[in-house]
Design a protein around this ligand. Structure first.
Ligand SMILES: [Zn+2]
Length: 177
């Protein structure tokens, strides 16, 4: 190792070992930020997963359908909006919608009024997000209906009244509405 390289290495080790140096402070800050970014990504991935498949309400609905002897599929990525539950032969599709994420109006769960619930923190962000979710939901229902499907939206809060859900599912799946 020549002298130049040696002094360079010494300088580097001084920076790294000196916890109080501006360099180390910057490194610490950047690492803290990176940890936070990872955390945000993990959280949003988890939330997306929760919003997508196998939610508790969805599992309850599937149990009801099985008890009613109604056949269905849960892998429906080939249909518009990937319905949670569908039957291609009988051409019906069911979406089990979380009340908050899908912007349920007059909802006993989110206690919304004629306007769906928008959080007070970052209200503009949530307002845009929930409006977009509602628009996407409407578009996918429209597409399915164009294909001749009957579509049932079951809000999560409907499970507050299980007997009513059973009646609605039986009526819908047997083609009477
Ligand atoms: Zn609701």
């Amino acid at each position: 190792m020549n002298n130049e390289k040696q002094s360079e290495a010494m300088a580097r080790s001084t920076i790294v070992s000196d916890q109080g140096s501006p360099c180390q402070k910057l490194i610490n800050e950047l690492e803290a930020q990176r940890a936070d970014i990872v955390d945000v990504q993990t959280r949003s991935r988890m939330m997306a997963a929760v919003a997508q498949k196998n939610t508790a309400p969805e599992l309850k609905i599937r149990t009801v359908l099985r008890e009613l002897g109604i056949h269905y599929r849960i892998s429906n990525d080939d249909l518009p909006g990937s319905p949670d539950i569908a039957n291609r032969g009988e051409k019906w599709a069911i979406f089990v919608n979380g009340c908050f994420w899908h912007g349920h109006k007059n909802c006993p769960k989110t206690k919304s009024t004629a306007k769906y619930r928008v959080p007070k923190t970052r209200a503009d962000f949530w307002s845009d997000k929930l409006r977009a979710n509602r628009a996407r939901d409407a578009a996918r229902c429209w597409e399915l209906r164009q294909m001749g499907y009957r579509v049932l939206i079951l809000w999560e809060c409907a499970l507050f009244d299980p007997a009513d859900v059973v009646t609605r599912l039986a009526t819908f799946c047997k083609g009477r509405n």
